[in-house]
Design a protein around this ligand. Structure first.
Ligand code: CP
Length: 332
């Protein structure tokens, strides 16, 4: 993590070397070659707040904590005093007295920021309407495995990732992740569905980031083609599908614009026949099951970095106003 931060809310908290170290550790954990203590998080607890459903995020964090010797407590807002009006700030202060870190899946990004502002322990964003940084860690790990070059396949420099469809929370964090790893990004999104402006602007300082409405141009020569659902738990509006279909569906023809050995990625859950043809997601170029598995390994690396031996001790925070911005805006 960058100096002075111990939360992972967007992906901007990670710099290039921090990202690389996490991915190296994730790869060692996956190989069973991380060494060190058998139960490095013994006695440590992760409090997990889920305002909405999850399969991968919930199970991979819970299993990850278990494998590291720690414990995870899953909390649905309906089971908590949050449902009766207790504030996120008071909830964060209370959890900070019991647990060692908080994972939160929230509707509004400002909610995870409020938790972080009130908390004296690390806060991990398990998906908000604006960012999904844990997904990005797994995605970068997967691209390394499939397309990495150099020593141990650790370099992603010069690769091109095409994002087709909604410039959403997953896309925002992924662009930031690509910028940390030297990967160019080409986004094709309908007008009004582009990624956040500050994410694109800042990432362009490190890599090429193109944003257009043209899926074929975006996919051209790509090493990775990625997409996500067009109708998420944030956006149940049936009308929004008309903006995407059929032009932004990833099918065999669109994959044909990418490099011959390009891989297809999707964070899941997927709707076959909507944002992706079954022939692609279930075909030989699909990396989606490795991508899903890598949630576990990359998040174990994150948990070790935040809570393991040698992790910085938690102390008083900077004032919330100086530490982060609201509503998904660039933190100060
Ligand atoms: N990709 C992802 O976050 O999956 P879940 O919604 O199942 O957690």
């Amino acid at each position: 993590m960058r100096a002075g931060t111990r939360d992972l809310l967007t992906f901007a908290e990670l710099d290039a070397s921090g990202t690389s170290r996490l991915l190296d550790l994730a790869a060692r954990l996956k190989r069973g070659a991380a060494g060190g203590k058998k139960a490095p998080l013994a006695g440590r607890t992760l409090a997990m707040i889920f305002q909405k459903p999850s399969t991968r995020t919930r199970v991979s964090f819970e299993v990850g904590m278990h494998q590291l010797g720690g414990h995870a407590v899953a909390l649905a807002p309906g089971d908590m005093q949050l449902s009766r009006g207790e504030t996120l700030g008071d909830t964060a202060r209370t959890l900070s007295r019991y647990a060692d870190a908080v994972l939160a899946r929230v509707f509004a990004h400002s909610d995870v920021e409020a938790l972080a502002a009130g908390s004296s322990i690390p806060v991990i964003n398990g998906l908000s309407d604006a960012f999904h940084p844990c997904q990005t860690l797994a995605d970068l790990m997967t691209v390394r495995e499939k397309k990495g070059s150099g020593r141990g396949g650790r370099s992603l420099e010069g690769l091109k990732l095409a994002w087709i469809g909604d410039g959403n929370n997953v896309c925002n964090s992924l662009i930031l992740g690509c910028a940390r790893t030297g990967m160019d990004v080409s986004v094709a999104a309908p007008k009004g569905f582009e990624p956040l402006e500050w994410v694109v602007r800042e990432s362009r300082e490190a890599v090429r980031v193109d944003v257009s409405a043209d899926p074929a141009a975006a996919a051209g020569g790509a090493d990775v083609v990625a997409t996500d659902t067009f109708k998420s738990i944030h956006n149940e509006d049936a009308g929004r599908l008309a903006a995407f279909l059929p032009r932004y569906r990833v099918g065999r023809r669109l994959m044909g614009k990418a490099k011959k050995d390009a891989v297809f990625m999707h964070c899941l859950p997927a709707t076959r026949g909507r944002e992706v043809e079954a022939a692609v997601i279930d075909g030989p170029q699909s990396a989606v099951w490795d991508e899903a598995e890598n949630r576990l390994h990359s998040q174990k690396a994150l948990l070790l970095a935040l809570l393991g031996p040698g992790a910085p001790r938690c102390g008083p925070r900077r004032p919330a106003s100086a530490a982060r911005g609201g509503n998904g805006k660039r933190p100060a």
